[in-house]
Design a protein around this ligand. Structure first.
Ligand code: HEC
Length: 158
């Protein structure tokens, strides 16, 4: 019982193509590994944690135009970045900018967040932040409408 030469030849050819396929797969894998070593961002899931840092390094990110910090809407002034970095992590900047308070009430709001909302100790930034808030987000007198300014009088004829 010996295999015919035809069958043998076919088996050899099949083995050859299998080996070729195997080598090709190994080569592709090596190329991918080298690629990852050279540029780890090739692994998508790794790159996805990075854009935040890249965006922050961009100067556009903290651009100020007409006295407004574009990204948050905060007014430009001393202490701006301390406020941006400590007060926009949990809620929008709008929650801050829509408020007008005295220094005392800003401080009380910060204490309340520290006691109930896990706001961290602001350290040396606290006086800076309080100065900023009580300067640019102080209460406004708007109890009554401004006086009318009458520029032209009508002469009433009888
Ligand atoms: C650790 C998270 C956290 C940080 C950081 C934080 N806050 Fe808050 N803050 C909260 C939460 C939670 C609320 C309640 C939000 C709500 O009611 O939707 C809140 C509410 C507020 C309010 C509304 C209070 C009210 O009476 O309605 C103001 C104003 C405010 N924060 C200002 C600030 C300022 C200024 C800073 C920076 C010093 C800051 N927040 C940082 C968590 C935080």
């Amino acid at each position: 019982m010996s295999a015919s030469p035809e069958k043998f030849k076919r088996a050899v050819r099949q083995l050859q193509s299998l080996t070729l396929l195997f080598v090709a797969v190994i080569l592709l894998l090596c190329a991918f590994l080298v690629g990852v070593l050279v540029n780890p961002k090739m692994l998508r899931f790794e790159a996805s944690t990075e854009p935040y840092v890249e965006v922050e390094a961009d100067e556009e990110y903290d651009r100020i135009e007409n006295g407004i910090h574009l990204r948050t809407g905060f007014v430009e002034g001393e202490g701006l970045m301390a406020v941006v970095n400590n007060c926009t992590n949990c809620h929008s900047a709008q929650l801050v900018t829509q408020n007008r308070m005295s220094r005392k009430r800003w401080e009380a709001t910060i204490r309340w967040m520290q006691e109930t909302q896990n706001l961290w100790d602001l350290g040396t930034n606290e006086p800076l932040i309080l100065d900023y808030l009580s300067t640019y987000y102080a209460p406004q007198e708007e109890g009554r409408r401004p006086n009318l300014v009458i520029e032209e009088w009508y002469d009433l004829e009888d």
